[in-house]
Design a protein around this ligand. Structure first.
Ligand SMILES: Cc1cc2nc3c(=O)[nH]c(=O)nc-3n(C[C@H](O)[C@H](O)[C@H](O)COP(=O)(O)OP(=O)(O)OC[C@H]3O[C@@H](n4cnc5c(N)ncnc54)[C@H](O)[C@@H]3O)c2cc1C
Ligand code: SF4
Length: 495
């Protein structure tokens, strides 16, 4: 523990943001990280709790008190050790240091009646320094096992698993249907939240560690591998069948995410101008990457309504404002949660409270307890929405009589989450599904992440349903251990 009385002496320090007027002109990151002196103060606030709830609240179980202490001490050697500590539990701290909602901070003991240690800002500072100083290097395996593993889907789960498996000497091939790796980090999350150069650097590291990356390759049935008429992104130029993979590899790990967007089947849904968030967001990320598109779905000079109050919706708000929308309104069906949580009731768990993102601060009207009854339009194009207010009665959501309203809209973005993985991909492998349509596999220590199909495993959103990057990394790491144990009879990989 760095400073015994630090938590009483110092206030929590927040990372800064560049002003909205400036950041709205571009798609680059705008968070202003803490400097070394500020990180030291932040680290000094940690109490090094006997039972560190932060460590348990973090899905990858980051060893938080240890790196807090190291940045408090603050020599170059300490910072380098802090980066080692981070990497011992998390393959990609620069991803989570930017976009994790930080359940560790909700669980921090200081959060019981005060302000949590700014753990995420410390993680962000450590990993950025580690890259700047050249401390992040490839760690190729010393010995090869001769075993071949196919990882299908290059989101955070697939990337983490591929890295772990290559580091213990397996020949790993990572298959990705899209033209670049990263999954939703690449083609969902906007660049202003996380620039894609962070993924590119890791891709170089993975290659140097021996991972073969094959983009533009769909793994699935030869005909309609995503199901007929699917709107899921697919830029594959080649298809490989599950049978081929099972024949050519000793183990197959499915990390294809949960890409099936939730739809809103109300009258008028087929009007022009109503799109899934995942039709809208990937296009802007492609443009930012320098790609030329024949046409782009844009929000310029439009009244935009985003349906769905979560992260994806917030990313649509930020992107629409950067396009130059006239107005942006976000609908959430649930009632507005309290601004401050009831901490004695919720700590150390993730609390229900009003979350205002940097995108909301850039300009957005937020409507809660509202439901869309119908889309209205002229000449086949959407011009508005008919809505009704919702209230909770006896634990049920009911419509409020007489609360009907009409909103103007030229573009409607559906951001109501994802229902499940693409069923056609799981069906092509004959993988059994759970009640929610996810790949069925438990996560126990022995035999975890194994599906019903011989030598086929599943991890990340494809197994747990729509979740977070940090959970995908955890599952990728744990599944890698399970695959390694299956291939070798034992594993030294951490869980
Ligand atoms: C817009 C948006 C914003 C988000 N913001 C955040 C955030 O701020 N913080 C956070 O923690 N989480 C966020 N999330 C959630 C997070 O991105 C996901 O939980 C996470 O990326 C899941 O990782 P994954 O590796 O399991 O799957 P994915 O990231 O979905 O990756 C799966 C990959 O597999 C590929 N694939 C699928 N099927 C096949 C196949 N048959 N053959 C070949 N390739 C295939 C896909 O093309 C994709 O690249 C956000 C999600 C969205 C959509
Ligand atoms: S719970 Fe908070 S104060 Fe305690 S060890 Fe973790 S970060 Fe430090």
């Amino acid at each position: 523990m760095g400073k015994v009385t630090g938590f009483m002496e110092y206030e929590r320090l927040e990372e800064g943001y560049k002003p909205p007027a400036e950041r709205l002109k571009h798609y680059k990151e705008f968070v202003i990280g803490l400097d070394d002196a500020q990180v030291k103060v932040q680290g000094a606030r940690c109490m090094d709790c006997g039972t560190p709830f932060c460590n348990n609240g973090c899905p990858v179980n980051n060893i938080i008190p240890d790196f807090n202490d190291l940045v408090y001490k603050g020599t170059d050697a300490d910072w380098k050790n802090a980066a080692e500590v981070l990497h011992s539990t998390n393959n990609f701290p620069e991803f989570t240091g930017r976009i994790c909602p930080a359940p560790c901070e909700a669980a921090c003991t200081l959060n019981v009646d005060g302000d949590a240690v700014g753990i995420k800002s410390i993680e962000h500072a450590i990993i950025d320094k580690a890259w700047d100083k050249g401390w992040v290097t490839a760690r190729p395996a010393k010995h090869k096992t001769g075993k071949k593993v196919a990882v299908v889907g290059a989101g955070p789960a697939g990337l983490a698993a591929a890295q772990q498996l290559a580091r213990v000497g397996h020949d790993v091939t990572l298959f990705e249907k899209n033209d670049r790796v990263g999954g939703l980090l690449r083609y969902g999350i906007p660049d202003f939240k996380m620039e894609k150069s962070h993924i590119d650097r890791r891709v170089e590291q993975l290659k140097a560690e021996g991972v073969t990356i094959r983009t533009g390759v769909m793994v699935g049935a030869e005909k309609d591998p995503l199901g007929k008429g699917s709107k899921v992104t697919n830029w594959a130029k080649e298809t490989i069948t599950p049978e081929q993979l099972q024949r050519d590899f000793d183990a197959v790990l499915l990390t294809g995410g949960a890409e099936q967007s939730r739809d809103l089947s109300v009258p008028g849904r087929d009007l022009d101008g109503i799109h899934f968030a995942m039709e809208f967001l990937p296009q802007q990320n492609k443009i930012n990457a320098g790609d030329k598109l024949k046409s782009q779905l844009r929000a310029d000079s439009k009244h935009v309504i985003v349906i769905g109050g979560g992260d994806t919706g917030s990313d649509c708000v930020g992107t629409s404002n950067r396009h130059g929308a006239v107005s942006v309104t976000q609908f959430e069906v649930m009632p507005q949660p309290p601004e401050v949580e009831n901490r004695p009731l919720t700590w150390p768990y993730w609390p229900l409270k009003l979350r205002t993102s940097s995108s909301h601060d850039e300009g957005c009207t937020r409507e809660f307890a509202i439901s869309t009854k119908e889309f209205i339009g002229e000449k086949g194009k959407v011009t508005g929405l008919k809505t009704v207010r919702i209230e909770m009665k006896d634990g049920k959501m009911v419509e409020v009589a007489g609360s009907e309203q009409t909103y103007k809209a030229d573009l409607v973005l559906l951001a109501m989450g994802f229902v499940s993985p693409v069923a056609a991909v799981l069906d092509a492998f004959a993988v059994e599904k759970d009640g929610r349509g996810n790949a069925k596999a438990h996560t126990e220590f022995t035999g975890g992440y194994k599906t019903n199909v011989a030598k086929v495993f599943a991890a990340g959103d494809i197994r747990r349903g729509q979740s977070l990057v940090v959970w995908a990394i955890r599952e990728g790491r744990q599944a890698a251990r399970s695959v390694d144990e299956f291939l070798m009879g034992y594993s030294n990989l951490p869980r």
